[in-house]
Design a protein around this ligand. Structure first.
Ligand SMILES: C[S@@+](CC[C@H](N)C(=O)[O-])C[C@H]1O[C@@H](n2cnc3c(N)ncnc32)[C@H](O)[C@@H]1O
Length: 285
C-alpha cells in the first residue's frame, strides 16, 4: 500500500522552494520586512560594494553575521543555509586565497544561484558549495574557525541537532555568529500555514529556548549582541511585500479577508518577533 505522506515535501524542501521563488520574484533583499533589508540588516556599504548585485538582490538574511566576526586570512568558515551566497562572498573576501569558505544549503536551486554569484565575484577557488541540511552537516569534525548563519536556524525542524552540529564542526576555541529570528507568544493561527513557516515566522522559538539549545549542545558563553524587535510596520512589511506569501489563500483558510489578515498580523505579531545576533564559542578542549 502506498504511503500518502511519502511524496509530501518536507518543511526543509518547502522552504527551499519558497526562497527560490522569492529570489526569482524580486521580493528578495527585503526579508526583514523593511524597504531595504540589506541596509537595515547592517551590511557595511563598502563591503557590499564588492559583492555582485545579483547576490545582494537575492539576500534573505536578517543581519550581517560576517561583520560581527574577527575572521581573517587563512581561516575556514562554514555558512549554514547559505542561500544565494552574499555572506559566503563577504567571508571569502575576509579569509583571502589561503582561506576556505563552505556554504551548505538544502536547496539545489539556491546553491545554483550561489554558484553563479561566487563565480561572478571571482571567488570560486575559495568557496565550496555543498548540498545538505544544517541538522546533519556534510563536513568532518573540527574543521571550522568560524560558523556563520543568517536567518536559517528558525527553519530547522530539529534545532537541537543544529547546535550539536555547530559544536561538532567548530575547531576547539572556534566561534559561531548567527543572525536569526526568535519569537514569543505567537498566536495559534500563525502555525496554520506552511508558508508562514517558510517565511521564518512560525518556526521561530523564544530567545531563551534558543540560548538553552546552544548551551545544551555544549556551546559556551552564548551572548546576544544585537536585537531588532519587529513593530507593527515591520510585521506588515514582512507579510505584505517582503516575501511571496499567498495572502489570499491564507486569509481564505482563516475565513477572513486579505486586509483583515494584514491587520490581524500587524496587531497580533508586533513585538513578538525579534531579529537577534548571537555569538557563541566552542570550548578549547
Ligand atoms: C531565509 S533564507 C536565508 C539565506 C541566506 N542565509 C541569506 O542570508 O540570504 C533560508 C535558506 O535556508 C535554506 N534552508 C532551510 N532549511 C534548511 C535546512 N534545514 N538545512 C539547510 N538549509 C536550509 C533555504 O534553502 C534557504 O536558502
Amino acid at each position: 500500500m502506498s504511503n500518502p505522506s511519502a511524496s509530501r515535501p518536507s518543511p526543509t524542501q518547502e522552504s527551499g522552494d519558497f526562497y527560490v521563488k522569492a529570489a526569482k520574484s524580486r521580493a528578495a533583499n527585503r526579508c526583514c520586512g523593511t524597504p531595504d533589508a540589506v541596509s537595515a540588516s547592517g551590511y557595511d556599504e563598502a563591503a557590499l560594494a564588492n559583492a555582485p548585485e545579483e547576490a545582494v538582490q537575492a539576500s534573505f538574511g536578517c543581519g550581517d553575521p560576517v561583520a560581527f566576526t574577527r575572521m581573517g586570512p587563512g581561516e575556514t568558515v562554514i555558512d549554514l543555509g547559505c542561500g544565494a551566497g552574499l555572506d559566503l562572498i563577504m567571508a571569502a573576501e575576509r579569509v583571502g586565497p589561503e582561506g576556505r569558505v563552505i556554504g551548505i544549503d538544502a536547496s539545489a536551486d539556491m546553491l545554483a544561484l550561489a554558484r553563479k554569484n561566487v563565480l561572478r565575484a571571482g571567488l570560486a577557488d575559495q568557496v565550496q558549495l555543498l548540498e545538505g541540511t544544517i541538522e546533519a552537516l556534510p563536513v568532518g569534525n573540527q574543521v571550522a574557525d568560524w560558523v556563520i548563519s543568517n536567518c536559517v536556524i528558525n527553519l530547522a525542524t530539529d534545532k537541537a541537532a543544529v547546535f550539536q552540529e555547530i559544536r561538532r564542526v567548530l575547531k576547539p576555541g572556534g566561534q559561531a555568529v548567527i543572525s536569526d529570528l526568535v519569537a514569543d507568544d505567537l498566536p495559534d493561527w500563525v502555525s496554520a500555514h506552511q508558508d508562514l513557516y517558510s517565511a521564518c515566522i512560525s518556526g521561530a522559538v523564544p530567545e531563551h529556548t534558543y540560548l538553552a539549545l546552544a548551551r545544551d549542545a555544549g556551546l559556551q558563553s552564548p551572548e546576544v549582541i544585537g536585537r531588532l524587535v519587529y513593530d507593527e510596520a515591520l510585521v506588515r512589511g514582512l507579510i505584505t511585500d517582503a516575501l511571496p506569501l499567498p495572502l489570499d489563500e491564507i486569509a481564505s483558510r482563516l475565513a477572513i479577508t486579505r486586509q483583515e489578515l494584514i491587520d490581524m498580523a500587524g496587531r497580533d505579531l508586533a513585538g513578538c518577533i525579534t531579529s537577534i545576533k548571537l555569538r557563541i564559542a566552542r570550548d578549547r578542549a
